[in-house]
Ligand binder design. Sequence first.
Ligand code: HEC
Length: 144
Amino acid sequence: MPPHRRRRRFRQVLLIAVWALGVAAVVSVVVFAFSDTGPSSTPSDPELIAAGAEVFAANCAACHGANIEGTDSGPSLLDPIYAPNHHADAAFFRAVRQGVVPHHWNFGPMPPRPGLSNEDIEAVVAFVRSKQAEAGVTFDPRHG
Ligand code: HEC
C-alpha cells in the first residue's frame, strides 16, 4: 500500500475506534441508568419491605408475631439484642438457612426455613429493620 493510502486507512480505523468508544459510552450510561440496584437496595425501599412483609407473614410470623412482637413460640425481634449491631443481616440468613440452637431464650430451637431464596431473606431483613426502626430499636447499647 502506498503511504498516502496507509494514512487514510489509519484515519479510517481511528474514526471507527472513536465512534465505537462513543457508542460503548452511551450504551454503558443507558445500561447503568436502567439497571436494577440489586442486593444493595436499602431497607427504606418500600417495595422490598412490602415483599418482606409477605414472606415474613407466611414463614416467620407464627413464632415471631405478625409485627415482629413475638409469640409464645418465639422471641420478639424488637428486643434490642436483634438490633443491627448485635444481630447483623447475616444472622438472619444463618437463622433461616441453618435454624437456631436456643441460646437467648427458652422457646426451644428455631427450625430452618427451607424454600426461601436469598431475595426472600433480604426482603424479610428489610421488613424487620423497618419495624425495628419504627420502634426505635436501632442499636443494642449492651453490645457496643
Ligand atoms: C417455629 C418457630 C419459629 C419460626 C417459624 C421462625 N423462628 Fe426465628 N427464632 C425462633 C426461636 C425460638 C428463636 C430464638 C432462639 C434462641 O436464641 O433462644 C429464633 C431466633 C431467630 C433469630 C435470631 C438468631 C440468632 O442468631 O440468635 C432470627 C434472626 C430469626 N429467628 C429470624 C427468623 C425469620 C426471618 C423467620 C422466618 C423466615 C423465623 N425466624 C421463623 C423461632 C422461630
